[in-house]
Design a protein. Structure first.
Length: 114
């Protein structure tokens, strides 16, 4: 099978070099072999999934996009699982908002706490 004849909807996530789909049980074994060879220790596929999601959120990718990529049933599932990423995001968004105000020629608001 050549690459140009593969229909994208039918392309397996994990495939051999000839594009034959890997059996589900062989994927973790092949991944473990590759990680050992690369001296990455015991790194699981699910760890990569979590790392990918966390990095997307930290980069400011909308949680709805992350939810769709991960296949979660709702955005709430994604937000519940990755809320540990959110604290730093709040500060970053505040700074970005302030920078937008300054760029628009508006004075940054001064908030006073009673």
């Amino acid at each position: 099978m050549s690459l140009d004849t593969v229909i994208m909807d039918e392309t397996p996530v994990f495939a051999w070099p000839d594009l034959a789909p890997m059996l589900p049980d062989s994927v973790p074994h092949q991944f473990a072999r590759v990680t050992r060879k690369a001296n990455l220790g015991r790194l699981g596929l699910h760890t990569l999934r979590h790392t990918h999601a966390s990095h997307l959120l930290k980069q400011g990718i909308h949680a709805k996009v992350v939810q769709e990529r991960l296949g979660h049933s709702s955005i709430q599932v994604t937000l519940d699982l990755y809320s540990h990423v959110a604290p730093g995001m709040q500060e970053a968004e505040t700074l970005r908002f302030e920078a937008g105000l300054v760029a628009a020629g508006l004075q940054t608001p001064v908030l006073t706490v009673p």
